[in-house]
Design a binder for this molecule. Structure first.
Ligand code: SF4
Length: 407
C-alpha cells in the first residue's frame, strides 16, 4: 500500500487499515481517523481494510475521510492513481474474488521476522464471525510464488518467516495439484535450505494433515510453536459456533503433536461469553488451558457482529463476558509464567529482534541487550533479575568470547 501510495504521489496520505473482527476494533478505527485528522488536517485520509470493506458508506460519511478502498482494490496500483480520477468509494464485491495476487515484499522495517501471506479469505461460516464478508472466499498463493518470495526475503537478510492467512489450513484446493499447507511447508523448507526458521500463524487443529505432522516430527527449522484456533472448550458451544471440531479433537491433536515433538508449545484463540454460554460451559474453556497445555492465549470477549447468526442468539451479559475473559487471560498468564520458569537453565538458539529483545524457538521473549538485531545466538536462559516490565528471561551467549575461551 505504501508503495502504491508513493507511486501515485500520495506520500503524505494517512492510510487507515481497519479491522472488523470486533465492534471495538471498528470503534477504535473511527476514533483513530478523527484523531489523525485533528493532528494533521492537511493530510488526506484513505480508509481501507475489513471494516471499510464491510461498511464503506459508514466511513465515507465521515467528513475526515478522503477515500475508501476495498480489500482487493488497496493492493492494485490503479485504485491508488491520482485521486481526482477516482470515485470516493472504490469497494467491489469481495465474494467475487477468486485469485490471490502474491505481494512481493522486500522486507519489514527493522524486523528480522517476515510475514508472508499464503492464503486469503474463508469458506467456513462460523456463526460469530464477520471475517469472510471482509476477506471473501478462500484462495491461495501458488507454491512457486511463496517460494520465490521467501528466497527474496532470505537473500535480504530475513532469518524467520511466518506463513499467514485467514484460514491457512485450508490452503491449496484452488491450485493445480491441490497441495495442502503441510505440502507447501515441506516443499518450502526443501527449496530454501538457507531459511533458518519457519512458523505458522493461527491454524485450525482439525485440518492438520500428515505432511504437517511429518514436518513437526522431522524438521528442526520448523519452530515448535503452534497457535490453534480453538475458540471454546464445550462441545455444545462449539456446535453453536459451527466449528468443525469437538473438545476431544483438540485434546487428541495436542497430545499427538506433543508425542511427535516434545518441545512444542501451543497457543490458542478463545472466545469468552459466546451467546448461551453457561458458567459450566465456560469452565470447559478454562480447563483447556491445562488440558491442552496452552501457554499463549488470545482471548476475546464475545462481540456481536451485525448480520451473523450468533448475534441473534440469546446473549450473555457484557459484564459476564468481560469477567470470563479476564479469568481466561489470568489462566493464560499463569501458564506462560510457569513454562517460562521451567526453561531457566536450558539452552537454545534465539533470534535477536530490535531493542535487545530476542525470541526462542518457542517464541519466549528473552532479553539480550548487546546483540545486534537479525543475529541467531546460542544462549543459556537465565532468570532476568531486573526484568521490570521486560522479559522474565535473559540469555547468556554460549559463543566463545575473549573472557570465556580457555587459554
Ligand atoms: S474459520 Fe476462522 S475466519 Fe473462517 S468463519 Fe470461522 S472463525 Fe471466521
Amino acid at each position: 500500500m505504501r508503495r502504491h501510495a508513493r507511486a501515485a504521489g500520495l506520500d503524505d496520505a494517512l492510510i487507515v487499515n481497519t479491522c472488523a473482527v470486533t465492534s471495538e476494533a471498528q470503534r477504535q478505527a473511527e476514533q483513530a481517523i478523527r484523531r489523525a485528522h485533528r493532528d494533521a488536517p492537511e493530510r488526506p485520509i484513505i480508509v481501507t481494510g475489513c471494516a471499510a470493506q464491510i461498511a464503506p458508506q459508514r466511513f465515507a460519511a465521515m467528513p475526515q475521510v478522503a477515500r475508501v478502498l476495498g480489500n482487493e482494490e488497496k493492493l492494485t496500483a490503479e485504485a491508488w492513481g491520482a485521486s481526482a480520477e477516482h470515485a470516493r468509494i472504490e469497494v467491489n464485491d469481495i465474494m467475487q474474488a477468486t485469485k490471490l495476487a502474491p505481494q512481493l515484499i522486500d522486507g519489514f522495517d527493522q524486523q528480522t521476522r517476515a510475514f508472508i501471506q499464503v492464503q486469503q479469505g474463508c469458506d467456513h461460516r462460523c456463526t460469530f464471525c464477520i471475517i469472510p464478508f471482509g476477506r471473501g472466499n478462500a484462495r491461495s498463493v501458488p507454491m512457486g510464488d511463496v517460494i520465490n518470495q521467501v528466497r527474496h526475503l532470505v537473500k535480504g537478510g530475513t532469518k524467520e518467516v511466518v506463513l499467514t492467512g485467514v484460514d491457512i489450513t485450508s490452503y491449496g484446493p484452488d491450485l493445480p495439484g491441490k497441495p495442502s499447507l503441510g505440502q507447501l511447508v515441506r516443499r518450502l523448507l526443501a527449496a530454501v535450505p538457507e531459511l533458518p526458521r519457519l512458523r505458522l500463524s493461527s491454524i485450525d487443529s482439525i485440518e492438520i494433515d500428515e505432511h504437517l505432522l511429518h514436518v513437526l516430527a522431522n524438521e528442526p527449522r520448523f519452530m515448535p510453536h503452534l497457535h490453534l484456533s480453538l475458540q471454546a472448550g464445550s462441545d455444545l458451544i462449539l456446535k453453536r459456533m459451527k466449528r468443525r471440531h469437538l473438545r476431544a479433537d483438540a485434546l487428541r491433536v495436542c497430545q499427538h503433536i506433543r508425542a511427535l515433538r516434545p518441545d512444542v508449545v501451543f497457543g490458542a484463540d478463545l472466545i469468552a461469553g459466546f451467546p448461551t454460554e453457561t458458567e459450566e460451559q465456560f469452565q470447559d474453556s478454562l480447563a483447556l488451558v491445562e488440558d491442552c497445555g496452552l501457554i499463549y492465549l488470545h482471548v476475546f470477549p464475545y462481540s456481536e457482529r451485525k448480520g451473523t447468526p450468533a448475534a441473534r442468539m440469546p446473549q450473555v451479559a457484557k459484564a459476564v463476558r468481560k469477567e470470563r475473559a479476564a479469568r481466561l487471560r489470568a489462566a493464560g498468564d499463569a501458564a506462560l509464567d510457569a513454562y517460562t520458569q521451567s526453561q531457566v537453565g536450558s539452552e537454545c538458539q534465539v533470534l535477536v529482534e530490535k531493542g535487545g529483545l530476542a525470541r526462542s524457538p518457542q517464541f519466549l521473549a528473552v532479553s539480550l541487550p548487546d546483540a545486534p538485531a537479525g543475529r541467531l545466538v546460542d544462549v543459556r536462559l537465565e532468570a532476568n533479575p531486573n526484568n521490570g516490565k521486560g522479559p522474565a528471561l535473559r540469555g547468556r551467549s554460549l559463543a566463545p568470547t575473549p573472557s570465556n575461551i580457555p587459554s
